[in-house]
Write a protein that binds this ligand. Structure first.
Ligand SMILES: Cc1cc2nc3c(=O)[nH]c(=O)nc-3n(C[C@H](O)[C@H](O)[C@H](O)COP(=O)(O)OP(=O)(O)OC[C@H]3O[C@@H](n4cnc5c(N)ncnc54)[C@H](O)[C@@H]3O)c2cc1C
Length: 495
């Protein structure tokens, strides 16, 4: 990012631009601003779009509003006030604030995605024009950008070696929380905290986890105390709800990734660690490995931003996916059935209904649902990527893209295209008693588990009167998908 200095100076007033770091504890940029300036003006720039948005929807905005409300309250308790400004572009809102307040610096955290990075560059240029300085800090990832390169100084494309190198790097330590923040002596006008009405959205009706920093920290403690030591096995059982459920907290920065890792390391090396058996240690290691996947996704997007527009693997570009081009009515209808959770495959439908009801879906089920979309329905992974990013409260541009491309077989280190999961087998393996399925599909409440994991023998054998028959036959769909990939790859070779 151009010439953005990171050494703090002494300022009278600095702006802290809150982005995806909606917390006061371990907030490096806010901490640095509070050290470098006498007065700090915390600002959140509210986006100006209305009604429809390709990458978000009511459930995410509701969650965001809850987080912002709490952040504003927390700032008030330390003598500060969160300023809200609506703008098409953050740099415009920040420019107005520089002029109004005479602030000499803007502090913020760097973003891993190309849109965020482009905005940071605009903000830095704008600050220079106003004679102010801009300071960008690392926060979202543990290791970002060029911090981790392979032996040839190139970005890693494969997770295994990346994760091994990642594990060896010293992890950044948390910074102290902010106890007091002096506001500028002038009255800076603020809009009210946004509500759904701001974007002309109706309530989603979804029952999400509680928003805000306080609830996120309680989730972290609960996970560490209750589930972390059994994570390796329990994470694969959707009915157990034993994964951390911290993804939205990491997405919106309600938790600091450094604190999460520090708590794990404390467990492994601190008092009482001698009592941990090998399984418990493996579980903590597995959990840290998932956090490495998160960093991996962010560094992939940083180095290969083209993945937002096309397949990571050039050989997989131009596949004739369904449901993406205009005038593909059959594809569009299949996509709607999948989105509604009416495919007739209980585990797939349960996942999509969980998503609708809570803004979350279990990881194992996400994989099944995504593989079903791409490999059974042959619908474009981008349709799934878009739907997830609109509906998942944890929807995260880098993670979502990498995982969709992984499932589609087009991505970095992806599942090979010919390894096509059988959704019935997955269902029997990960929800053997059907508890997860029945939780989200009450119409199947009375169906015995064995019947949930196999297609009905015929149209008269429906699982329930109001539950659809499977929309495809898996074996036939698998053959068609293999043929699609093989023909495409053959055409590529002939080019
Ligand atoms: C098709 C698909 C789309 C996905 N989209 C997203 C998304 O938009 N946002 C998102 O945060 N995760 C996404 N994931 C990854 C994963 O499903 C979620 O992070 C996880 O289910 C969140 O639940 P948890 O916090 O209980 O996870 P845990 O199992 O407790 O994992 C801890 C943390 O590690 C990170 N993590 C876990 N798995 C992955 C992974 N495969 N890739 C990257 N990071 C991971 C998350 O930050 C998570 O909170 C997607 C996975 C698939 C298959």
């Amino acid at each position: 990012m151009g010439k953005m200095s990171t050494a703090p100076h002494r300022f009278h007033t600095a702006i802290h631009w809150f982005r995806r770091d909606l917390r006061l504890h371990d907030n490096p940029a806010l901490h640095a601003a509070s050290r470098a300036a006498e007065c700090v003006l915390p600002v959140y720039v509210v986006s100006a779009w209305r009604r429809q948005h390709g990458w978000t929807s009511a459930v995410r905005q509701e969650f965001l509003c809850g987080c912002l409300e709490e952040l504003a309250r927390s700032l008030a308790t330390i003598g500060s006030r969160l300023i809200f400004r609506t703008a098409e572009r953050a740099d415009e809102a920040l420019a107005a604030l520089l002029v109004e307040t005479g602030a000499q610096a803007i502090f913020f955290h760097r973003d891993p995605d190309p849109y965020g990075i482009a905005m940071e560059e605009k903000v830095a240029a704008m600050a220079r024009r106003h004679g102010a300085e801009a300071f960008g800090y690392k926060d979202t990832a543990l290791h970002e950008r060029d911090e981790l390169l392979n032996g040839s100084d190139r970005p890693y494309r494969v997770y295994g070696p990346y994760a091994r190198a990642w594990a060896k790097l010293e992890k950044p330590a948390p910074v102290p929380g902010i106890r007091r923040l002096l506001a500028p002596p002038i009255d800076v006008p603020s809009e009210p905290a946004p509500t759904l009405a701001h974007w002309q959205l109706a309530p989603s009706g979804a029952d999400t986890v509680a928003p805000g920093e306080r609830a996120a920290r309680a989730r972290l403690t609960r996970f560490i105390e209750k589930h972390l030591l059994g994570y390796r096995v329990a994470r694969e059982v959707p009915a157990d709800e034993a994964s951390s459920r911290l993804s939205q907290d990491l997405r919106w920065g309600l938790l600091s990734i450094r604190e999460v890792v520090a708590r794990c390391h404390e467990l492994l090396a601190g008092e009482g660690s001698a009592a941990l058996d090998a399984t418990a240690r493996e579980s903590v290691g597995k959990f840290l490995g998932e956090l490495a996947w998160r960093d991996f996704a962010m560094q992939l997007l940083f180095h290969f931003p083209e993945v937002l527009a096309t397949e990571f693997n050039p050989a997989m570009r131009g596949l004739p996916w369904r449901g993406w081009r205009k005038n593909d009515a059959a594809g569009a209808a299949d996509l709607r059935r999948w989105q509604a959770g009416e495919t007739g495959f209980p585990l797939v439908d349960a996942g999509l209904r969980q998503l609708r009801a809570t803004g979350f879906m279990h990881n194992r089920v996400r994989i099944v649902v995504a593989m079903f979309l791409t490999k059974d329905l042959r619908l474009h992974w981008r349709a799934g990527e878009r739907f997830f990013s609109q509906r998942l409260v944890d929807g995260e541009i880098a993670n979502n893209n990498m995982n969709w491309q992984w499932c589609a077989g087009t991505g970095a280190d992806a599942a090979p295209y010919f390894r096509i999961q059988n959704p019935w087998t997955q269902s029997a393996r990960h929800d053997p008693h059907g508890d997860y399925i029945r939780r989200w599909l009450p119409e199947l409440r009375d169906v015995p588990a064995a019947k949930l994991h196999a297609p009905p023998a015929g149209p008269r054998e429906r699982l329930a009167p109001n539950y659809p028959l499977p929309m495809v036959e898996h074996g036939a769909a698998r053959e068609e998908t293999l043929a699609m990939f093989q023909q495409h790859l053959q055409e590529q070779r002939q080019k």
